[in-house]
Structures are given as C-alpha cells and as structure tokens.
Design a protein around this ligand. Structure first.
Ligand code: PMV
Length: 360
C-alpha cells in the first residue's frame, strides 16, 4: 500500500463542464480515445454549473461503489463501465488494491448535452489523484480523463482550453492545455438556454463512431476543424468577438450537419434549438454585427456566447422564447477555473452510501 494513502479521510472536489467552440466529433483510436482533430473549449463557472464528487478509499469495502445524483450505478453496465475504467487505471498507477466509494452530484441535467460526463470525469480524476496520493500533473490527469470521456480532459483547466490531437499511437501527446486563462477575457460569457431536460437518445461515443465510419462528408472535417481552431485561437487572443462568433457558429453547424448526414441520421437539435439559432441570427442582423453566437454539443440545449455588455439584449431577446415555452430556463455563466478540492469537512458521503455492504 502506498504510504500516502489515507483510508480514513473523505476527499471532495468540485469541477465544471466545458463548452466546445471547435468540436471533437470522431476518434482515430476507440480504446485510448484519441481524436481525429484537436478541439477547443471554454470551461464554465462552477458558480453556475458544477459536479461535486466525494471519494473514500477503504480496505473495508469489498467492491467499488458509485452513486450519481443519489442513485447507485451499475458498474457492469457498458456505458458506465467504459467511463468508470479510469478508476482502475488510476488504482493501477497508484499500485493499490483498495476499493473506492464515490458519491457524485451534478447541479444540472445529466446526459442532456450539457457535458455532465466531462464535468463528472474531470472532477473524479482530480479527486482520485488526491485520494490515491498520486501527485500527477494536470497534463497527466487530462490524459487519464480523456480515456473516460474525450471532452473531459478539457475540464481539468480553466479558461480557453485546447485538447491536442497528438500523433503518438499510445496517446502520450494527446492532452489538454490551457491557451488563455479565465482572466484574459472576463467580459466573455455563456448563457445556457435549456430547451430540454431529456436524456440524449444517441450516446456521443456511438454517434461519432457512426459518423466516422459511414459519412463520406467526414473526410474533410479534421483539417477544417484544425484550421478553424488556429483561427479561433488568434481572434480570441485579440478579443475580436465579431470573428470569434463566426467561427463558433460555423463549427457548431458543421458538426451538426455531419451528424444529420450520417446514416442512420443523428439529430440532437430540436425545434426549439432552431428557434434559438433564428433568434441569435436575427439579433446579429438587426445589430449590424455579431453580438452573440450559438453553439450546441451533443444535445438540444443552446450555449449562447456573448459579452457582458450585450447580455441585456440577449436576455431580452430570449424572453420571446421563454414566453413561447421553447426555452424554460437560462443559466448565465462566466468563464471559470479548473477543478479544486473542497475543505476537509465537506463530504457527500452519508450513512446511506456507506450502507451495510461497506463492512464497517
Ligand atoms: O467526450 P464525449 O464522448 O462526451 O463527446 C463530446 C462531443 C461534443 O460534446 C459533441 C463535442 C466536444 O468537443 O465536446
């Protein structure tokens, strides 16, 4: 057993989702989760959306247990097992055998395209690093997180974060890196217009595999995304919102067009998502410049990137869609930081989670 392993203490961390501005949609290695192109995202503020995860490592536990939003998860379920594999990876790195009790909560709808898996996995990897006494760098943690869910690796940093495609077959150069921290452009913000709380029908893992395998239009995607990513980095550095907005909308539309033209067709956007697109395009047109940009991950909820000085106008425009029942909530987020540990006293683990099987 590692000398640093503290089996009496509950470790708790908090992390946030990210919204991709240049999207990852397609792998070149399914097992290691290596992407076809680099991607870039903004980490959201934990004040708006967050995952909180507590971990207890104990030799008294006879099996791993994982509670998500109050419900015990079936670790034999394929989807859960694929993501939970990172626990085994990290346990092996630490050279320990003890089982873990993990209790995790999201303060936003899980699996509705709001990157709950990214937030959840980044936070889990971060807290396990402490609980297992591993002392890994954030870059190394991003490599582990990537293997649970690709986009999760970007949530280990704050601000604007790039996940590098890399070229090595073992994935050692496919990691996340901060491009600009959250203080670079403090006026930038994301309004998340929630149009649905339903669970997504096609998991992103299966969806992107289908696109890469069966969509002839996919061939042009990786190079187009790389080009757009370097343009975006440049305009972000100059705080050129007009150009940033163009690139954001173009990339979201390109990814969703690829999904749509995949056979069988994958459609994450719904009628209300299209209404948000119309609204933002109309607003930009009437202003004579881009004051906002929409982007959608693998779900119908819209992320509207804007600047704080334009936010009142964006919120006012969204009122129309609230009145029509298309948008039922808007969460306003600033650009946030990567995960951090919460104080020793903060724990989500209660008696119910410990239960008789924990073998106290
Ligand atoms: O990391 P995954 O498997 O949840 O895939 C996420 C893919 C998108 O959210 C649609 C795009 C992205 O880059 O985050």
């Amino acid at each position: 057993m590692d000398g640093k392993l503290d089996t009496n203490r509950v470790f708790t961390a908090e992390g946030a989702p990210n919204i991709a501005l240049i999207k990852y949609w397609g792998k070149r290695d399914e097992k290691l989760i290596l992407p076809q192109n680099s991607s870039i995202s903004l980490t959201l503020s934990r004040d708006t959306l967050h995952t909180t995860t507590s971990v207890l490592v104990s030799s008294k536990l006879d099996e791993d247990r994982f509670y998500l939003d109050g419900e015990i998860q079936d670790l034999k379920d394929k989807d859960v097992a694929e993501r939970f594999g990172i626990v085994g990876i990290m346990r092996k790195m630490a050279g320990i055998r003890e089982k873990v009790l993990i209790v995790s909560r999201n303060d936003f709808p899980t699996a509705s395209g709001m990157a709950s898996s990214a937030s959840g996995i980044a936070t889990l990897v971060y807290v396990l690093n402490e609980a297992f006494g591993l002392g890994l760098s954030t870059r190394k943690l991003s490599i582990v997180a990537r293997q649970g869910s690709g986009s999760a690796c970007r949530s280990l940093f704050g601000g604007l974060v790039e996940w590098k495609r890399g070229a090595e077959p073992d994935g050692s150069d496919s990691y996340a890196e901060q491009v600009f921290d959250e203080k670079h452009w403090p006026e930038l913000m994301d309004n998340i217009a929630i149009v649905s709380q339903e669970k997504k029908k096609v998991p992103s893992r299966a969806g992107m595999k289908q696109t890469v395998q069966s969509n002839p239009l996919y061939a042009s995607r990786p190079a187009a995304a790389e080009k757009r990513l370097s343009e975006l980095t440049e305009v972000y550095g100059k705080k050129d919102f007009e150009s940033l907005a163009e690139l954001i909308m173009a990339d979201s539309n390109e990814m969703h067009a690829l999904m749509l033209s995949t056979r069988p067709s994958i459609r994450y956007l719904n009628r209300s998502s299209y209404k948000v697109m119309d609204l933002i395009e109309g607003l930009n047109l009437s202003e004579g410049k881009n004051i906002a940009a929409y982007t959608f991950d693998a779900g119908p909820n819209a992320h509207i990137i804007t600047l704080s000085k334009h936010n009142a106008k964006v919120m006012e425009a969204l009122e129309q869609l609230k009145a029509s029942g298309d948008v039922f909530d808007v969460r306003q987020s600033k650009i946030g930081q990567g995960p951090s540990m919460l104080g020793k006293d903060f724990s989500l683990i209660d008696d119910a989670a410990l239960g008789p099987k924990a073998g106290n």
